[in-house]
Write a protein that binds this ligand. Structure first.
Ligand code: 5GP
Length: 113
């Protein structure tokens, strides 16, 4: 997988406002927030798209969902938030390193645009 801006954030070559880190994943504030709270949660393992994840990623992806829950509790947004994974260009994905958007602090419409 080619290097992305997110692998540079993992390697601390580019600065980010990090809110959570453990052995497997890293979370930081989105540089262009779409809500009052907008966090990106990424695996440290390079994986370009969720659709390319395999059985070997089962524990990692479960771990990330639990980490997302912990982050929302830590930031006191656990009462209302939205978790989004854009997959593929047409799905809105711009950075090809899997990431979950954790959005909170405003009312969200359904269906999403
Ligand atoms: P995607 O469209 O791929 O689902 O989301 C990529 C996200 O990464 C966008 O919300 C964008 O604002 C964010 N982003 C892009 N470059 C940077 C960066 O250098 N730092 C941070 N913190 N966020 C970034």
């Amino acid at each position: 997988m080619a290097d992305t801006i997110f692998s540079k954030i993992i390697d601390r070559q580019i600065a980010a406002d990090i809110v959570y880190e453990d052995d497997l994943c890293l979370a930081f504030r989105d540089v262009n927030p779409q809500a009052p709270v907008h966090i990106l949660l990424i695996p440290k393992k390079p994986l370009d798209m969720l659709s390319n994840a395999g059985a070997e990623d089962q524990a990692l992806l479960g771990h990330m969902l639990l980490a997302a829950g912990k982050i929302t509790r830590d930031l006191k947004i656990d009462g209302a938030f939205r978790l989004v994974i854009n997959n593929g260009k047409e799905g809105g994905q711009a950075v090809f390193h899997v990431h979950m958007h954790i959005l909170a602090g405003r009312k969200f419409r359904w269906p999403p645009g």
